[in-house]
Design a protein around this ligand. Structure first.
Ligand SMILES: Cc1ncc(COP(=O)(O)O)c(C=O)c1O
Length: 402
């Protein structure tokens, strides 16, 4: 009996729930195992450029926080988040067209937790969520835990094709509309003003909340700034934001802006999850933003990413065979490629790694496992030289197959 038991793992012995057993680990994290090997030019990660993290400034502010707030910044704090930080975020939202106060804001452990809280609050097994096709794989993971089903809407250069959404909504009655309206992960596409207005109209008509996951909105480096879905749709929209891409993801500070009564529901869920977000990091971010350091920092990020995007687009034009198309994002971190239908980017991934260059194949971003001929490139983390060399190598590989 003992011998028999020893063969079994604790996962068997202790009966981990089916919900957890059925979760797939992030394929992207698996891809990152290959791509983070020394020597590999990495276009795969979703990471912002680490050399831009304002380490010295944060060190200065961290010392100030400890001096100014003492034990308070190390103490338990409110589940909803620090009042001064919530007030500041509400004020910034108001200045940009979304009238808000501190009651509309819940501070979370990054945008990922915010998405998870929304799913926990709204989704029961079998409920439909309407998403773009493709969409952010981390959201799919969070939704999968709650056994959501998906009804998906194709995208074009103006984002989600809302006309298509109407039919799907009538048919599946989704509980939630999930969109990444700005510089979408994975495609880099931004929803046009016309589509934003249409989507809000549809959501209103059918009474479905829109979850606008918006980590990249502040990183617009070309084109015209558009009003956010939240500023157009008001209480129709639950907006999820984060400091991950504009400051540093390791701080794990994000927030939700939504109707106050709904935020109260999320707050209860948050209490179950982790009591509250890291107090020290909330003070750190609060002081950083309140001292006027964030906006100039975002300008530095934009300049850097714009140059890198331009280099990548130039090199794609130069080295990629015809038959491959790509998006030209006006902000964010990613661009998105489509190869001819008969080419599998999953199959070519290993060959790319042999050439010491990594991308993320597109398949995980499609809830139904489609998109075999697509891939995502991150232009933000590699150096200029690496972008030139990496795109040259990928161009060589694809030219042999396309
Ligand atoms: C669309 C989208 N939502 C959410 C997240 C998670 O952000 P955070 O680091 O704030 O949890 C990411 C990160 O890549 C993302 O691309």
């Amino acid at each position: 009996m003992l011998v028999e038991q020893n063969k079994r793992t604790h996962t068997d012995l202790w009966k981990v729930t089916d919900n957890v057993m059925n979760l797939e680990g992030s394929i992207i994290r698996e891809i990152l195992k290959f791509s983070s090997k020394p020597g590999v030019i990495n276009f795969a990660g979703g990471l912002p450029a680490p050399e831009l993290f304002p380490v010295d400034e944060l060190k200065e502010v961290a010392v100030q926080v400890l001096e100014k707030y003492g034990p308070d910044c190390l103490q338990y704090s409110l589940s909803r988040g620090l009042i001064p930080l919530r007030e500041l975020l509400a004020q910034r939202a108001t200045e940009r067209g979304t009238t808000s106060d501190a009651d509309n804001i819940l501070i979370t452990n990054g945008a990922q937790q915010a998405i998870e809280l929304v799913a926990r609050a709204f989704i029961e097994p079998g409920d439909y969520i309407l998403t773009e096709y493709p969409t952010y794989v981390g959201a799919l993971q969070a939704f999968n835990y709650y056994q959501a089903k998906y009804t998906t809407v194709d995208m074009d250069n103006e984002g989600m094709i809302v006309e298509q959404a109407v039919e799907k909504i009538k048919h599946h009655k989704p509980k939630l509309i999930y969109t990444i309206s700005n510089f979408q992960n994975p495609t880099g596409i931004t929803m046009s003003l016309r589509r934003r207005e249409q989507l809000i109209e549809v959501a209103r008509e059918y009474n479905i909340p829109i979850l606008d996951d918006n980590p990249y909105g502040d990183i617009r480096f070309s084109g015209e700034r558009l009003p956010t879905l939240k500023s157009i749709g008001g209480n129709e929209v639950i907006s999820v934001r984060t400091f991950s891409k504009v400051l540093a993801p390791g701080l794990r500070i994000g927030w939700v802006n939504g109707p106050a009564d709904i935020i109260t529901q999320f707050e209860k869920v948050k209490q179950c999850a982790d009591l509250h977000t890291n107090t020290f990091c909330q003070y750190l971010v609060y002081e950083y933003v309140n001292q006027g350091r964030l906006d100039p920092h975002i300008e530095i990020i934009k300049t850097d990413y714009r140059t890198k995007r331009d280099i990548m687009l130039r090199e794609l034009e130069e080295h990629f065979p015809s038959g491959i198309t790509w998006t030209e994002p006006e902000g964010g971190l990613f661009l998105w490629l489509e190869l001819p239908k008969n080419i599998s980017t999953v199959d070519l991934f290993q060959k790319a790694i042999e050439k010491e260059v990594a991308y993320v194949y597109g398949q995980p971003f499609f809830p139904d496992g489609g998109g075999l001929n697509t891939l995502r490139l991150n232009f933000a983390t590699a150096s200029h030289e690496q972008i030139v060399e990496g795109i040259r190598r990928l161009g060589e590989l694809f030219s042999q197959h396309v």
